[in-house]
Ligand binder design. Sequence first.
Ligand SMILES: [Mn+2]
Length: 467
Amino acid sequence: MSKSDADNKVASPPTQPSMLSSPPPAQSPAPPSSDEDFFSATSASTSSDSTPIPSPLPQIPIAWPDDGTLTLAWVTNLMHAFDWASRAILPSEFPSVLPVGVFDKLLLTASKILHKEPNCVHIELGTESRRRVVVVGDVHGQLHDVLFLLRDAGFPADDRFFVFNGDYVDRGAWGLEVFLLLLAWKVLMPHRVYMLRGNHESKYCTSVYGFEKEVSTKYGDNGKHVYRKCLGCFEGLPLASIIAGKVYTAHGGLFRGTVATPSKRSKKKNRKVVHNPEVNSLILGSLEELGKARRSVLDPPWEGPNLIPGDVLWSDPSMASGLSPNTERGIGLLWGPDCTEEFLKKFNLKLIIRSHEGPDARDKRPDLGGMDVGYTIDHIVESGKLITLFSAPDYPQFQATEERYRNKGAYIVLEPPYFDTPSFHSFEAITPRPKEASDMHVNPYYDFEDVIDSDEELDLVSMAADS
Ligand SMILES: [Mn+2]
């Protein structure tokens, strides 16, 4: 693990007094630190509807550091500025907080780091006994909940790694802010913060579920430029991670392999690689195949030779055995407990942590658990477990009151020595929730009453036209 980056500048944050609701927190009291200062002045509160404590004004407009090196103070001010702007100014005034030139620098710097990472990042924890890993599921533009999560878990630090499992944007009103603040952490601590791609980090999803419109509202004439840069960054996000050699994480989950089949007609020649096998020849993919996939696509294809990215981003677990096409989604696979066992055993893993299914999606899948507390344990097999983790509480943000799921979000902490025994930390949504009807500052950016639920029935026709 390289220590040559900015990681070492950061003090160790504490474990905050928290609102943990299900299984109790990991013990470890910790030293005081920097994130306390930031949040003590802000309005994060899950337990009451009390009026936010006025916080000191952030330093805006944000400027790119002269020497191009981000500091903890810069990232902290960025979070503070986004939090403040979400309540104090109109979305169209966003460039007065983050000028497009600074956006460009941040995107370019982060993209250079992210695009060099392999498809599956291997996160080695070494022997430092205090190191732990925080895994985060879908956050979907719910800025205030993300800020709470970072406070509750403690900021990224030398001994606190983060793996974000994708779906930063769409459906919430602050996808841009969420994505950019995570990119800033990535730039500050590239070997502590890992950002994986979700299915919403794509051209298709962002054109349907709000992010494209959000960006054009916030950046006006520069909106197309900003959107294009974001798409370019999405394209290069890694697909999966393996933590301490024991835990596989990815947004959707498992994926198919390519099969080499001897041709029936000629035994000598034509031993060909079949990339798009028929349903009855679907086989589970290997980490080696994952490593070779071409991830740099605006929309992962659902047909043709490059199916692994679409599987990793869109697949779901099932209680039925085997691998089958994910017909509900129109892309990706369904995989059963037998596949979970095969994958864990083959690669000597103990745990799969995936995300991708919120309370609305689970509402339609009676064979699997509901997402009320932000996670479910879907498969328990001989070699380990499969977990679904969802970190957007009270999702989706703009659901009509009577149809709300009022789910909690959760994050997972993995601790030494083996990092394979998760502790779950559930949390409620920050209240009061900004609502689009009562607050001119908040815009859902998509037709949340009519748009299809849960990314189901992927519209392949419009997707093809777009890509
Ligand atoms: Mn998803």
